[in-house]
Design a binder for this molecule. Sequence first.
Ligand code: 13P
Ligand code: ZN
Ligand code: NA
Length: 283
Amino acid sequence: RIVNTKEMLLDAQKNKYAVPAFNIHNLETIQAVVETAYEMRSPVILAATPGTFQYAGRDYIQAIVEAAAKKYDIPIALHLDHHEKFEDIVESVELGTKSVMIDASRLPFEENVRLVKRVVDYAHAKGATVEAELGRLGGQEDDLTVAEEDSFYTDPDAAAEFVERTGIDSLAVAIGTAHGLYKSEPKLDFERLEKIQEKVKIPLVLHGASGIPEEDVRKCIERGIAKVNIATELKIPFSDALRKYLLEHPDANDPRKYMSPAKQAMKRVVREKIRMCMSENRF
Ligand code: 13P
Ligand code: ZN
Ligand code: NA
């Protein structure tokens, strides 16, 4: 059964590890993630952006994840990543999705609160949990591109008020990470994260974890991060392995053959990231 992310994130917060949220796009990437999570007995979140649903279909992704959740006895959640439209969230929740992110971080504070609160009221009535973002990450995730100069960090006092007024279940923070890879290694604002953790009691979420060294992610986990989002670092090994196979086998045309090395390469990175999050053997 697909679960919401309430219990898994509270358990992670309490026991100082993080649940990894891996962005998936199709059957093969879902299989790579859940097979590895199952082998390592790790709870896992499968994250899908609006762009992914546009590509693969909300009904197809929902059905594949439901099949996976039936097959493997670990906590598996399907999570709507960076959703900006109330209607899109409704569509997935009606199909059975139990975990959503409403990203209204582009809006001014009061409007952000209003839209998030509307999603929380709706989602909670359906047994679904809600993540929202205060502050704004730079970089690119799907169709969402934020220039460096338009990004800004999360203010701890505003975060406390935001959580209080919206009733969200988890908060995505901006402390120096960005979506995608980095030109130079980012400097994270751990002090800010500590202040946020002091004022906000719900689990915190780190976006943009691709390119962040393990020791920095661990420092974030010590300071209240209970969910770590990883997208780009999984896309790279998948496509690299696929490209390599096709170049070495110019006559290959069987997806069952050329997809296999891509899945294997992705599984290796999923394994590393589960270790990084210390979510292994939790169930
Ligand atoms: P990265 O692509 O940097 O891993 O960011 C992932 C993310 O935050 C998905 O929401
Ligand atoms: Zn993100
Ligand atoms: Na990143």
